[in-house]
Design a protein around this ligand. Structure first.
Ligand SMILES: O=c1[nH]c(=O)c2[nH]c(=O)[nH]c2[nH]1
Length: 292
């Protein structure tokens, strides 16, 4: 039997980089978690223990911190810079996967150098480079949203195991995890991030929801309709069930006032939506843990 090497990539994962801009007394911070992984000709390292092509993961880590010393504009721009560096410095590096998470901070009482973790969500970016093809996937996770009405769930099949009652008025709550594929890399990533997030939030509340599945479609179609720079969008959303508390035991009615917020089990609704005819490569999603 002959064992052959197929897909492989390697690098340094989860480099926690905090950059403080102190050009003036009014500081700014950017807080990232950066992963660098190289792809290319690493056959000899695997087959023969020949490390002559193996750009050390330690070197990849150092490069990340050295580049952070220069500047970090957006997470996406930082990943592009890393990709350009590794693919242009080492002939046998033909691509790779670079990823970042960004944790948001804002000033405490407009203070010059005191910050509080503020963004409810964590912003994400992944750049996959394969030869001369780049795919940038941006997104976020952990954005918790709730609507207290204008949501129902009915019309589902009933069998002997079904106990769920149909409803046309329930609470709908979820932690939005989403990633979207951009059409290119020459984009204003910060402005687009804010705009896409705003569109998703608007889409969550705008229309009546017949199911979380329909809400995902409403959010996705709002993004694809309003942002031509996005060609696919994917969601992974738990249905955070809120059950009406039965207060009859103490003679109280409960007309949709008091709920029990169950943490598990939860529905898990996941879907990818694409602009019709989208040319985004399905391969780019490979390596994204879970669905999203
Ligand atoms: O929005 C929903 N989608 C479902 O698939 C589902 N299943 C369920 O029990 N409740 C719900 N709600």
């Amino acid at each position: 039997m002959t064992t052959v090497l197929t897909d492989n990539q390697y690098g340094k994962a989860e480099n926690r980089v905090v950059r403080v801009s102190r050009d003036t007394d009014r500081h700014d911070i950017i807080d990232l978690n950066v992963t660098s992984q190289l792809r290319g000709d690493f056959d000899a390292a695997h087959y023969e223990g020949d490390n002559s092509h193996v750009v050390a993961t330690d070197t990849q880590k150092n490069t990340i911190f050295a580049f952070a010393r220069e500047e970090i504009t957006s997470p996406e721009a930082f990943l592009l810079k890393l990709a350009d560096h590794f693919t242009s410095s080492f002939d046998w590096v033909t691509g790779g996967r670079w990823a970042a998470e960004e944790f948001g901070w804002s000033r405490i009482n407009d203070h010059d150098h005191t910050f509080v973790r503020s963004a409810p969500e964590t912003r994400t970016a992944v750049l996959v480079r394969d030869g001369d093809r780049d795919t940038m996937i941006s997104g976020f996770y952990g954005l918790t949203v709730m609507k207290t009405t204008a949501s129902g769930f009915a019309g589902y099949p009933k069998d002997k195991y079904t106990t769920l009652q149909e409803t046309d008025d329930r609470i709908l709550a979820t932690d939005i995890a989403t990633r979207w594929v951009y059409t290119g890399t020459d984009l204003d990533f910060d402005a687009l991030y804010d705009a896409v997030k705003a569109t998703i939030l608007d889409g969550f509340g705008k229309e009546y929801s017949k199911a979380l599945q329909e809400t995902l479609f409403q959010m996705a179609s709002a993004v694809l309709d309003n942002h031509p720079q996005v060609e696919q969008i994917r969601f992974s959303c738990p249905n955070k069930h809120h059950f009406l508390s039965d207060l009859a035991f103490c003679g109280l009615d409960n007309p949709g006032v008091v709920f029990y917020a169950a943490d598990r089990p939860y529905g898990l609704i996941e879907a990818t939506f694409a602009r019709e005819g989208s040319s985004a490569s399905a391969d780019a999603w490979t390596g994204i843990a879970g669905f999203c």
